[in-house]
Design a protein around this ligand. Structure first.
Ligand code: ZN
Length: 270
């Protein structure tokens, strides 16, 4: 079955990983801007990173028949530096009309601080002024419930936001319902250490249905597994779910959500 990984940080993966993903049926990935393994010292560090995300990664992916899309922002971890964050936000429009750019993300909270919230709101302004979609990072473990609540309050308090154009990632059992009930899309991140396993993701599809739900691997600098979406697919098959239901979550839903971005020029595989 063809599938789409809607949240994977390929800059931290090897070319061998692209080959493996391709062999497993991955036809497209979307890569949000995130931490690069170190805190960048200047706006030019981000400009170079956005260059990598919008030119090198798409060409590396294309060698394996994978379509590569991306999202741009300064992540919550580095948003503690408010001055640098504002310089990055002012620079992002240089890249927004490049092919394959889907919107602003992954923005959100990390430790739920005041500076993170300030920069989150300034990213929302940028997305509204440029008519971009939004991809959200919710914090991990003990910070997740409160952070998700704060993020949802900021989003629903802004009347300009079309909730159908916002994806809230890293949902778990205790945060999925408020995200879906408010009319947002929700992403489950399959991860070996924190976040969610393929079994828990299958449970959540069974409990909440496939509407507005995506699964992704994150594939970042921490312990993570870039082939976690096929693990979910296998778990769903093992439970006897219809291929059409599985396909909806791993292929149709990401395409439906991303199709709202003007930078999404998806070519349906033959
Ligand atoms: Zn991420």
């Amino acid at each position: 079955m063809y599938y789409f990984d809607p949240h994977i940080h390929m800059v931290s993966r090897t070319t061998d990983d692209y080959e493996t993903l391709s062999k497993m049926g991955c036809v497209a990935v979307s890569e949000p801007a995130f931490w690069a393994g170190y805190d960048r010292g200047s706006v030019d560090g981000f400009r170079d990173y956005f260059e990598q995300l919008t030119s090198f990664e798409p060409s590396r992916a294309a060698q394996y028949g994978i379509q590569h899309y991306t999202w741009l922002c300064i992540n919550a971890k580095e948003a503690e530096n408010v001055e640098l964050s504002r310089e990055v936000i002012a620079m992002i429009p240089e890249f927004l009309n490049r092919p394959g750019v889907l919107g602003i993300g992954e923005i959100g909270l990390n430790k739920n601080t005041r500076n993170e919230a300030t920069i989150f709101l300034e990213h929302l302004d940028l997305a509204m002024e440029t008519n971009e979609q939004i991809l959200i990072h919710t914090p991990h473990l003990e910070d997740k419930h409160q952070g998700t609540r704060m993020i949802l309050d900021m989003l629903t308090g802004d009347q300009r936001i079309n909730r159908n154009r916002v994806l809230v990632d890293h949902v778990e059992e205790h945060t999925i319902r408020p995200v879906l009930d408010a009319g947002f899309w929700a992403g489950m991140t399959l991860y070996p250490v924190s976040k969610c396993t393929p079994e828990r993701a299958a449970d959540m599809v069974e409990m909440h249905g496939p509407d507005h739900l995506l699964v992704n691997s994150a594939g970042d600098w921490g312990p993570s597994k870039p082939t976690a979406v096929p693990d979910f697919l296998l778990e769903m098959r093992r439970r006897g779910h219809a291929e059409s239901l599985i396909r909806r979550v791993v292929y149709d839903n990401p395409i439906e959500f991303f199709s709202q971005s003007r930078g999404f020029n998806f070519q349906v595989p033959e």
